[in-house]
Design a protein around this ligand. Structure first.
Ligand code: SAH
Length: 240
């Protein structure tokens, strides 16, 4: 699946600022196809200024009269809704939508449909959607601004397409200390804490257990364990 094959469809939007903000959110997340179904507002300065430089997305927008026209070439059509409908429709979370989209083949096209500011999507419009997606929220205040909803869903998709795992690995390039190195450190620490009088060898209580928990939680690297042992050695040298 390619990001450029994803359409963001906005149905009967009434505020041009929301269309501009949607274009901005899309460009942040490398989406490019904006489709407006029967927009109820002019596309002037307000839209462009809220777009903050996403002009190309606003210029390239496609405007159609009906939802079926907007989604006719799409293999997957997903409607978004702030509330569950009386008629249960297959539901996806933003994250499971993103996984589904990532799994499609490169030729397939996806439409994600967003409703009117005041009334959302009609049941008739939802009938054209294979799934609905609801962004989890405070149950007593569940309706996001439409451009914010576009931001959240686009982010989830973008996140699936960028390799977050590789980022994590490269952040943590230093090899992590092994158990023997940690044991060496704990023995050294205990010895120094007894020699300074911090720990009573006769009555050590749970101190070493607590300290182990603290250091193990930090998953220190080999290098960091060496630094900690260096600190202990400096304390020993100072005492002599
Ligand atoms: N009063 C309307 C709210 C519309 S908000 C209603 O009850 O449906 C405008 C649009 O933003 C919605 O149609 C939907 O596309 C999107 N949206 C707002 N909150 C959302 C949420 N929690 N999850 C998914 N989409 C949401």
């Amino acid at each position: 699946m390619k990001l450029k094959n994803i359409k963001i469809v906005m149905v009967e939007t009434t505020h041009p600022g929301n269309i501009g903000a949607a274009a901005r959110a899309m460009k942040n997340m490398e989406l490019s196809q904006l489709v407006l179904v029967n927009p109820k507002c002019p596309m002037g300065d307000i839209a462009y200024s809220r777009g903050s430089g996403a002009n190309n997305i606003l210029d390239d927008r496609i405007t159609v009269n009906t939802l079926p026209q907007a989604v006719s070439d799409c293999q997957l059509v997903v409607g978004t809704s702030a509330r569950l409908r009386s008629l249960a429709w297959p539901e996806l979370t933003p994250n499971s939508l993103a996984q589904k989209v990532k799994g499609l083949n490169d030729a397939e096209k996806v439409a994600i449909v967003f409703g009117r500011e005041h009334a959302g999507l009609t049941n008739e419009e939802l009938k054209h959607c294979h799934y609905t997606v609801t962004i989890p929220t405070n149950p007593e205040f569940s309706s996001l601004n439409v451009a914010s909803a576009i931001q959240v869903v686009s982010y989830e998709i973008y996140n699936q397409f960028t390799d977050v795992e590789t980022l994590k690995v490269s952040e943590n390039l230093e090899p992590v200390a092994d158990s023997a190195e940690l044991e060496g450190y704990f023995a050294h620490l205990e010895q120094v804490l007894i020699s300074t009088g911090f720990l009573n060898a006769e009555n050590p209580r749970q101190m070493m257990k607590r300290l182990r928990r603290l250091y193990q939680r930090a998953e220190p690297s080999k290098n960091e364990v060496n630094i900690l042992r260096g600190i202990l050695s400096s304390v020993e040298k100072y005492r002599k």
